[in-house]
Design a protein around this ligand. Sequence first.
Ligand code: HEM
Length: 457
Amino acid sequence: MTRTIPYVHSGRLTGSYREYVVDPPKFLARQRARHGELFRFRIGHRHLIYLERAEWVQHVLHKNHANYIKSLAYRKLRLLLGEGLLTSDGGAWKRQRQVIGPAFRRERIRDYFALMTDFTERMLVRWRGHDRINLNDEMRHITLQIVTKTLLGVESQRSLDIIRHQLPLALRYVLDRVSSPLPLPTYLPTPKNLRFRAAMRDMHGLMQEIVSSRGAAEANDVLSSLLNGIHTIEPDAKAQPRTLREQVLTLFVAGHETSAIALCWTMHLLGRHPQVLAKLRSEVRSNLRREPPSMEELAALPYTAQVLKESLRLMPPIWLMARESLGTDQLGKHKILPGDILTICPYLMHRSELYWSEPGRFYPERFDSNRGADIAPYTYFPFGGGPRLCIGNNFAMLELQLLLTRIVQCYDFELETTHHPGVEFSLSLRPRNEIWIRLRPVDTRAISSTFESTRMH
Ligand code: HEM
């Protein structure tokens, strides 16, 4: 027998928008306590279904993924990203994944690792002249440098500046349109529309320059894979330059802020849990020599990996995902109809008492497989799941491990302010305010002298 999905009633025209927008997870958790693991709610004219059961998440993201496409919010992102890997569906998405996938395989990531190390060392040297740093800025800067070099083979300051300034502006514009109940048409010459167009012009100009100057696609970066496979993604030669731009922008958007945020939260959590930080330090310093670690040495630091996993559990940078149902489907006794939009919240699933003991506690040991840690499928999915699993997950984990290890190896750090920076539940889970940390070099000889000349940006 089919059961009706409980509905969160709201007398207002905007539905539950007012309660939701103040603190989305709080709103969802409150309704979850009242209505159970599946309920409907309305934000403006949009009807949404929230679900919070691991087997249903697995069903939607994995087992019956063919019935689901990215929802309207992702489609609105197309204004910025076109039909790139993050925002496309069906055959177009499959062709892109086939072409781009190999650029993120382990053997290719090995090549990127040398570049990651190079940028990390420069950052550590730059920090030597500073006793305090703004973590948000520093992590955004290093992850942007890494992604720009590994994606495009570019490290010029001008390219970084264009992306650093114009990308957040364009992204903010699109996100405002996603959340606005009545966005003004994009063709009107409003100041916001004009600023967005200028930002897009600058970024497209830059992408075009980089692609044209590449000539033969011989380099070992993601752009080379794209250039080699562009005919598979887009057979129409006239549309290819645009497709290339969209793919590269997608990787920028998906690939740099997520890692930066993960590092900010990890360092923040460590700053607030000195005993975890002490254990991490001890693992890093007793196992590594002074030099930057190899990939194999990093893989032999289990506690470091557990710390990162635990941080991604409590503060998953992508805290909410959504899918639209193409046909009729069944979740338990509940019927899902074509057009229904399902929302899945890793942030709340990762903190559910049903799946985790002491879910609010920062306790990396819970990921220790030697202690019989048994994480059931789809109770932990910071990188999503099924065929749309994050393409950059191995890349990201390696980047996070390297940066965290090297920072801990070379510096003692503590939070400058102990109050919580607050959380912004936007497209990603950003710290609302700046996080400053105080630094003290542990062993100046451990900080590579190769990059002595690098200055603070
Ligand atoms: C800690 C860092 C990261 C986190 C937590 C993260 C998380 C995610 C999640 C949850 C998804 C799935 C979204 C959905 O199914 O709706 C996703 C997709 C994606 N991610 Fe990541 N990501 C990270 C780093 C990266 C990096 C470094 C790159 C690339 C350089 C990247 C590129 C992508 C792309 C292209 C997709 C779309 C894949 C597809 O639909 O086929 N991500 N990411």
